[in-house]
Write a protein that binds this ligand. Sequence first.
Ligand SMILES: C[S@@+](CC[C@H](N)C(=O)[O-])C[C@H]1O[C@@H](n2cnc3c(N)ncnc32)[C@H](O)[C@@H]1O
Length: 248
Amino acid sequence: MISMCKMHLILTGNGTFLPCEPYVKGYFCIFAYWFNYKTAMQVNSAINQRYTFLSETTCCLSCGGAINYAKTQPGERCVDLGSGRGNDVIKMADEVGEHGFVYGIDISEGMIQKAKANLAKFEVENAMILKAELESLPLETDTIDCVISNCTINHAINKQAVWNEVYRILKAGGRFVVSDIYATSTIPDEYRNDPEAVAECWAGAVTRAEYLTMLEAAGFQNILIFEESKPYPKGKAEVASFTVYGEK
Ligand SMILES: C[S@@+](CC[C@H](N)C(=O)[O-])C[C@H]1O[C@@H](n2cnc3c(N)ncnc32)[C@H](O)[C@@H]1O
């Protein structure tokens, strides 16, 4: 907590860090950091609760066709962020073959157990499910060919940190294909700070412009939108889904 304050950084409502000064100083900085840490813990707990329940009842929670655009090749090393029950991990493991490898990343206990059971059931030996937060991926720098994700990054408290991590783990020339939702206008703070609403896949959404700005800030090039829905209501917001591609 203290070291964070010394860095003079504060996590803002849209999940990016800004310098504390001139916004806040001293003890207020410590309070702001503690408040955001507490919010992150509450959001992760709500996500764990919601998705552990859904792991038993719902097979597909996607909001686009990321995997269909990934064009995974034999021998590649791939990652699925928010791998849920492991369906896309299993598909990619089949595509990359015995010389490739796939990592699924998730934080919900129920989803992790279900995904591990599915890997065992289908005797998948070239894949692994890891428990980790998107903002801190337990993978080596410059080692991954392709990162996919489906309807997950909207949940992350610090989305810029997630995109920086995706950039870090990708090899030069590596790619991401991500399906996600964005909000058609800024989600009010009362919902953005509500852990259940964030876990429900809408209150954590940022606007399309903010989304694309984060990709550029992380360093991605050749950014393309493969598919995009019309706006639709979700929770107390209006959102749209898209599948976005970029290269390191
Ligand atoms: C909407 S589901 C999508 C699951 C899967 N990708 C699919 O298409 O069916 C979102 C998944 O992301 C996971 N998740 C949400 N926030 C996360 C975070 N911050 N770190 C890691 N996993 C997260 C959830 O546990 C859940 O399994």
